[in-house]
Design a protein around this ligand. Structure first.
Ligand code: HEC
Ligand code: HEC
Length: 403
């Protein structure tokens, strides 16, 4: 019975992801033709508060308190409690040595602190580990937006060869031999014993409930507390929606258009210097089916290209949301910038170099004071640290299921 439910679930997962319309084909409601017609943002007078400046993009706003939740996985306290155990449990990986928290460590902004993430035993990952804080609000997960939901993402993370490298049927057997899990799954889902599909649902519910950061100074300001942002941060916001044109891509309450752009991010030398990173990158090239000529140039992550195989999508990545940044250095898909100051310098010089680079990036001519203010605004987007103590590991015991 359990086997059948697992099989059916995996099939459903495959079908849903196969049938999903290519996100890139869908016009972005947040972005009025930005790629073709860069919009000149009005240099509004200082009398207008920065949040009221009309820039033509989805307005900056506070995050809603509750993230979108799929109808078939409503968040409940019992699921959240179970999800907490699972997130920190390394038995959800192949060699029982890698939990979600290995790469999404609460003490490291729920990332892993490295430019390029650590990987499953014997590997090194090829991308920077993203924070899981506020991921629940996103419709496209991963640096190049490959995953459509937290549930699907958790499956990729558990089974991905560079992450958990786990096998769902084996993981299910492990969970069944842990009496406390049997109880927690029963409580959360009313099932007689743990199933892999329910584990994914519980992890997603946990992220939707506990990895939410709403208490940034920016959110307080947008919710009406006009003392919450100091002068620097306010000037930074004015630049963000005006002279620095960040709003073109980082807009709406999430500060992202959830669209794809190539910024000409410098390549990370680790790809050419570290054999394990070469292996990871070439492995990705191979399993994602790139042509031979592309496979041979294994010095950078091709981003959206892996999904679309269109040359113009090479090096395009999903615009990331900008909350919780204060704790998630280094930045960008390959962690090539160590600080927000470096990020702002990069944009100020008009981005990097790449034949596909977005025409939206142009030198900004920001003064030192303006760069400082922009960083102050970026810092105001982070709330307080979310502290989380790993729960105790639940012990194995032989559980014999009655006929
Ligand atoms: C070996 C390290 C590693 C492990 C283990 C791992 N992750 Fe990740 N995680 C990453 C990396 C690296 C990325 C970015 C990957 C990409 O873009 O392809 C990521 C991305 C994510 C994202 C997307 C965030 C966003 O902004 O789009 C979520 C959510 C996430 N992981 C949750 C999890 C969960 C849940 C688990 C456990 C089931 C897990 N991860 C296990 C390294 C890891
Ligand atoms: C053309 C669209 C576009 C514009 C304009 C833009 N960004 Fe970005 N931003 C992106 C994309 C795409 C990424 C991810 C790039 C990557 O990793 O390859 C990103 C990444 C970032 C990051 C790193 C986030 C992280 O989690 O690592 C920060 C910080 C940032 N942008 C701030 C800004 C600021 C400040 C401005 C204005 C000066 C700006 N952006 C303008 C699209 C844009």
């Amino acid at each position: 019975m359990r086997r059948i439910s697992l099989g059916v679930f995996l099939l459903a997962l495959l079908v849903t992801s196969a049938c999903k319309p290519r996100s890139t084909e869908v016009p972005s409601p947040n972005r009025p033709d930005a790629e073709t017609a860069p919009q000149e943002v009005d240099a509004a007078s200082d009398a207008v508060p920065p949040e009221s400046i009309d820039h033509g993009f989805a307005p900056l706003a506070a995050l809603p308190a509750v993230p979108p939740t799929p109808a078939d996985n409503p968040t409940t306290p019992a699921k959240v409690e179970l999800g907490r155990y699972l997130f920190f449990d390394d038995r959800l990986s192949g060699d029982v040595g890698t939990s979600c928290a290995s790469c999404h460590d609460p003490r490291l902004g729920f990332g892993d602190g490295n430019a390029l993430s650590r990987g499953y035993a014997g590997t090194q990952h090829w991308r920077n580990s993203q924070t899981t804080v506020n991921s629940a609000y996103l419709a496209k997960l991963f640096w190049a937006g490959e995953s459509p939901s937290l549930e699907a993402q958790a499956h990729s993370a558990i089974t991905g060869n560079l992450a958990g490298n786990g096998e769902p049927a084996m993981i299910e057997e492990r969970l069944v031999q842990i009496p406390e899990y049997v109880r927690l799954f029963e409580q959360a889902f009313g099932v007689p014993q743990p199933t892999y599909a329910h584990a994914l649902n519980a992890i997603a519910a946990f992220e939707r409930s506990e990895m939410i950061s709403l208490d940034s100074d920016f959110d307080a300001y947008m919710n009406g507390d006009h003392e919450a942002l100091d002068e620097d941060a306010l000037l930074g916001m004015r630049l963000f929606v005006g002279k620095a044109k960040c709003i073109t891509c980082h807009n709406g309450p999430l500060l992202t258009d959830q669209d794809f752009h190539n910024l000409g991010i410098p390549r990370h030398p680790l790809f050419e210097q570290d054999p394990l990173r070469q292996i990871s990158l070439r492995y990705q090239h191979y399993i994602r089916g790139v042509p031979e000529s592309v496979y041979r140039s294994a010095d950078r992550d091709l981003g959206l290209y892996y999904t679309t195989k269109r040359d113009k999508d090479m090096g395009k990545f999903r615009t990331p949301p900008l909350r919780y940044l204060a704790y998630t250095a280094p930045y960008m898909h390959n962690g090539v910038f160590a600080s927000l100051e470096e990020v702002v310098d990069f944009y100020n010089q008009g981005g990097g170099e790449d034949e596909n680079k977005s025409p939206l990036l142009q030198p900004l001519g920001l003064t030192e004071d303006e760069k400082f203010a922009l960083v102050a605004f970026l810092e105001s987007l982070s709330g307080s640290v979310i502290r989380m103590t790993p729960p105790e590991s639940l012990p194995y015991e032989v559980v014999v299921t009655e006929e």
